[in-house]
Write a new protein. Structure first.
Length: 440
């Protein structure tokens, strides 16, 4: 397609799938590093990191989707930052078209992203979006791109742009498609819940929702939930049911927990609806206060939570956190999206991030490795990876690290108060020698 400004998308935007090769190649290239073991601790450590990578490459299943056993820091991560000229304005929404390209919504309009460059999208000559302030994007099952803006709703399909006059001048929010294929969205002010049926906008809830509707969500039982200025509503099926909220408990997003409870992202932390009441919801391992704003349930079953303090990742009963100090483009998360290949995309106030599966996962001190100085590695028949280090023997199995014979501080008699573990022979023999391990 050729835009009105002369940009030819078909020549400028190569297939997204072809762009997966470089990262996988760079991960695999670890095995081609020179082996320089023997002369210095640093050289020895580098050699055995290469050896570890080779063992893991033979051991790991290497699926296209993300492995739920891994922490965010173990995924391949790429960041594109606004300050480096990647794009104009903060990215507020992400969607993927049938052709594989990503649509990025910003404060300054729509962009198409091919994995390398973001190109401004221009509507056909003589047509325009209701506003360049994009609030939400949705690609429905028929391939239509729905565009929620600060001044109305539009859709794009097969080279045609459609505006919906009923929404002119209105703030549109929270686009989603239900199991029956109906497109729903919030429209403000006043707050209304609207649906597209037979090409027309039909709304309800005026007078019930107050000034605004912000988030809407369909749970696994078919209940339609709406957060509004007057509280949380279970809108259908059956008579609407209201769950009042305290005056300052604004709800930005909704999703189901693994146990089926409705989770709420609020300005006062993570909440849940349980027993007809709104209660606090604790994440395993998280004690610090955080302010959630976005949710994603990825295809591997993990729950991704965007907040103003970075990205939280709840998987297999534990939570890890990834923020700007770890390389995230920014700490304020605006949207989270999973593409058809299983990659997870995160937009922040400062850029765009992608997380994808490495051919070889990284195991570091973040996962409980006792030290970064490693000397030997061996895979055993039970699927474990044994790593000999300067600080003891480590076993990695089922996403858990167990440390055997970790050195301890000297006592007053200058003797070690724990038997020190040497690693002279095969780790499998050592593993069966009776040493007790400490899980981490």
């Amino acid at each position: 397609m050729v835009h009105s400004d002369g940009i030819n998308e078909s020549k400028m935007l190569p297939s997204m799938s072809k762009l997966r090769t470089p990262d996988r190649a760079s991960a695999a290239s670890v095995s081609r590093l020179p082996a320089v073991a023997g002369h210095s601790p640093l050289a020895t450590r580098h050699f055995f990191f290469v050896l570890l990578a080779g063992v893991l490459l033979l051991w790991c299943p290497c699926a296209e989707a993300l492995d739920p056993e891994l922490d965010v820091s173990q995924y391949a991560h790429t960041a594109w930052k606004i300050r480096d000229g990647f794009i104009q304005g903060a990215i507020t929404a992400i969607a993927q078209g049938p052709d594989g390209y990503l649509w990025l919504g910003t404060d300054f309009g729509l962009y198409l992203f091919d994995g390398v460059r973001a190109v401004p999208w221009q509507p056909p000559v003589g047509e325009q979006l209701p506003s360049n302030y994009i609030r939400s994007l949705l690609v429905t099952r028929d391939g239509t791109l729905w565009i929620a803006t600060g001044k109305g709703l539009a859709s794009w399909k097969d080279g045609g742009l459609t505006n919906y006059p009923e929404t002119n001048g209105q703030i549109i929010s929270s686009l989603f498609q239900d199991r029956e294929g109906t497109v729903w969205f919030g429209m403000n002010p006043p707050g209304r819940l609207c649906a597209i049926q037979d090409g027309k906008v039909q709304c309800s809830g005026a007078g019930s929702f107050g000034d605004f509707v912000d988030a809407s969500y369909e749970d696994s039982k078919g209940n339609l939930w709406v957060s509004s200025a007057t509280g949380l509503w279970r809108w259908k099926p059956g008579p609407p049911e209201q769950y009042p909220l305290s005056g300052d408990l604004f709800v930005a997003a909704l999703i189901e927990s693994n146990g089926g409870a409705l989770l709420l992202a609020t300005v006062k932390g993570l909440k849940q609806v349980a027993g007809g009441k709104i209660q606090s919801y604790a994440l395993p391992g998280v004690t610090a206060q955080f302010r959630p704003s976005r949710f994603l349930r990825s295809s591997d079953g993990s729950l991704w939570i965007g907040s103003v303090q970075g990205l939280l990742h709840l998987h297999q009963g534990r939570t890890d956190i990834f923020g700007s100090a770890d390389g995230l483009s920014g700490d304020v998360v605006n949207s989270i999206f999973e593409d058809r290949e299983g990659d997870v995309w995160v937009s922040t106030n400062d850029g765009l991030d992608r997380f994808r599966e490495y051919a070889v996962p990284t195991i570091s001190r973040n996962q409980g490795l006792s030290t970064s100085v490693t000397y030997s590695v061996e895979a055993t028949a039970d699927g474990a990876i044994w790593i000999g280090t300067s600080d003891g023997l480590n076993r990695w199995q089922n996403a858990r690290m167990t440390v055997y014979g970790t050195r301890t501080r000297l006592d007053s008699s200058m003797r070690r108060n724990e038997k020190e573990l040497s690693v002279p022979g095969p780790t499998a023999d050592i593993a069966n020698s009776g040493f007790a391990g400490t899980p981490r």
